[in-house]
Design a protein. Structure first.
Length: 375
């Protein structure tokens, strides 16, 4: 059994996929070929956003957003402690200071009360200038953007939606990747919509920022191809990946997103009496980048993981070390007890296999094994 079965997906899409890939190969338009604009338009349309800029990874996408806002040393950027490293890494790459915020134990997303607290503390300390809130759509569930937006407006901060796992989610019918002043996503193969390698994209409705990020992602290009007007980077999406993503987006819209939601609903139905299953608040829709459950303790989790492994069922721990305990951030000298919920989750969460191609039979077997391990 696969944790995220990309082989079944490829087999389902094979005819169309092989043709799309071979067209690019035969055209020789490998870098910035016409499929890039087509893919950007299709993704912008899906998220109902004016601009989509394809780039080389979800990490670069976050970095490009911070570059457009000129986030720099002396700036504070607020980010949840319970996330993938890249969400916080990019802040330090810009020389700014990450301020870690705890998360909500039900949604795994940024805790708005703690966000307020951390902003107040930062202002009181007087050393850093608060600039940006990075809110992550963890495991496919959009963050609480209504409350986040209120805090951002009160303190005049930008909202950066890290939608690396969020593409396809919704709040009251509005698509994820539309909630930030700038939003980013990732096309890493295991994400809700993945390509066959690294890839990412940036969404915004702001023309000025879009123009800046368009420039930054191709060596700070100006209107003349060989007059570079700012220091940028090389972060283009390969044309071949754009062609792959067009095929994937079609399947995602037609059935994958619906199917993965059926899988999640079935898990919840079968497991809700024995573990803490994911909570999707009223009006929210998840794209199920992960199906993450919580158990009582680290020991129980270890036992559960071992039992599942013995049954040939792969699991994963997202994430075992919160950001405020990452070795790379030791230099910040942060107080250990700043994000107790993130600490607890790091010890008690475990993610089960989930993808649109998981059969009911496989799922029943997984649920049986979970029950057996926990009884
Ligand atoms: C995957 C991920 C990223 C980084 O995306 P890459 O394409 O791997 O660079 C950033 N943030 C979150 C929350 C992610 O899950």
């Amino acid at each position: 059994m696969q944790f995220r079965d990309l082989i079944s997906q490829y087999n389902a899409l094979k005819g169309e996929m092989d043709q799309a890939i071979m067209e690019v190969v035969a055209s020789s338009a490998y870098v910035m070929g016409p499929k890039i604009k087509e893919m950007e338009a299709a993704f912008a349309d899906y998220a109902s956003m004016k601009h989509c800029i394809a780039c080389n990874s979800g990490t670069d996408a976050l970095l490009l957003a911070l570059m457009a806002w000129d986030v720099k040393p002396g700036d504070a950027v607020f980010v949840p402690s319970f996330t993938f490293f890249a969400s916080a890494e990019v802040i330090a790459m810009q020389g700014a200071t990450p301020v870690f915020v705890d998360v909500n134990p039900d949604t795994y997303n940024i805790c708005v009360a703690d966000l307020e607290r951390k902003i107040e503390q930062t202002l009181k300390a007087g050393k850093l200038t608060p600039r940006v809130i990075i809110a992550v759509d963890l495991f496919g569930l959009p963050a609480d953007f209504k409350a986040i937006r209120q805090v951002a407006e009160k303190h005049r901060l930008y909202v950066l939606e890290d939608g690396a796992q969020g593409f396809g989610g919704r709040i009251n019918g509005k698509e994820a990747c539309s909630f930030g002043d700038i939003t980013t996503t990732s096309f890493f193969p295991a994400k809700p919509v993945g390509c066959y390698g690294d890839g990412g994209a940036i969404f915004t409705n702001n023309d000025e920022w879009a123009a800046l990020m368009e420039s930054y992602h191709i060596h700070g290009k100006g209107s003349d191809r060989y007059d570079n007007v700012r220091i940028g980077m090389n972060s283009r999406l390969d044309t071949i990946q754009a062609a792959i993503l067009l095929v994937k987006l079609k399947a995602f819209k037609e059935y994958e997103l619906t199917d993965v939601n059926k899988v999640a609903a079935r898990y919840t139905e079968q497991l809700k009496d024995i573990v803490k299953t994911p909570i999707v608040p009223e009006g929210y829709y998840s794209s199920w980048a992960q199906y993450t459950i919580q158990v009582e303790s680290k020991d129980i989790r270890t036992k559960l993981q071992e039992t599942l492994k013995a049954h040939g069922i792969p699991t994963a721990i997202y994430y075992p070390i919160p950001m405020h305990r990452q070795t790379a951030f030791n230099y910040l000298n942060i107080n250990d007890n700043l994000c107790p919920v993130s600490d607890r989750l790091a010890d008690t969460v475990i993610s089960l296999p989930i993808h649109p191609y998981l059969s009911e039979k496989e799922q029943d077997m997984i649920c049986c094994a979970v029950r057996e391990a926990l009884k």
